[in-house]
Design a binder for this molecule. Structure first.
Ligand code: ZN
Length: 215
């Protein structure tokens, strides 16, 4: 483990991922971190299907930059900057009852283009270390819905109808599910996914996103 850490330090020397400031044992300097760090339960995120969604950061500044690099510039190496944020999330104890974690999936074609689901790279290792069963293919996405930003709230829900299915052979019934996403925007995606999990017998669905622009 020591050797591995040493090896990673050689490839990824510890400088602030956002401003390049030299650091000892972290990827985020305090001044960059405080511009986006804002762990909270997102207001209005509690619905019929979703027992609220937690988020760690505001979707601005450095965190927005690295998420965009991870999603659109193929920078899968950025995965190393997230565990220290996740370890500082203050309410893991409130998520103890969730035995399984399921990410919002990408459509197959998008997954093949990108080569990974960014949400897995952000959360999987950490959640497994926390003792969660992480089921990366628990949900299947039938199509992409990326023109969402042009739509009204009602249209977003309409556009997403039937977009998620629980994968064959995955048992959801009686489970309390932690539903994971990289960015929570309006909640439409997470609510539609939570609805599908509930329809398949999940007892509760709690959301967790890395960042959100919602208050
Ligand atoms: Zn910095």
């Amino acid at each position: 483990m020591k050797f591995w850490t040493f090896f990673l330090d050689l490839i990824y020397p510890k400088v602030c991922v956002n401003c390049g400031k030299e650091l000892n044992d972290t990827y985020w300097c305090q001044s960059c971190l405080k511009k986006f760090w804002n762990p909270r339960m997102i207001q209005m995120s509690q619905t019929k299907d979703l027992s609220g969604c937690y988020t760690l950061c505001n979707y601005v500044e450095g965190i927005r930059k690295v998420i965009i690099q991870l999603k659109y510039n193929g920078r899968s190496d950025r995965r190393y900057v997230f565990p220290e944020l996740l370890s500082d999330f203050p309410w893991w104890n409130r998520l103890e009852s969730c035995s399984i974690a399921i990410p919002i999936p990408l459509a197959k074609k998008r997954f093949q283009q990108r080569g990974y689901n960014q949400t897995d790279l952000i959360f999987q290792e950490w959640l497994e270390k926390m003792g969660k069963k992480y089921i990366s293919d628990g949900l299947v996405r039938t199509r992409n819905t990326e023109t969402q930003s042009l739509l009204s709230k009602d249209e977003r829900y309409e556009n997403m109808r039937g977009v998620f299915h629980v994968n064959h052979g995955i048992k959801i019934e009686g489970k309390s599910v932690l539903l994971i996403d990289d960015v929570y925007t309006t909640g439409a995606t997470m609510n539609v996914a939570a609805h599908e999990l509930k329809r398949n017998g999940a007892t509760t669905v709690v959301g967790l996103s890395l960042a959100s622009g919602a208050s």
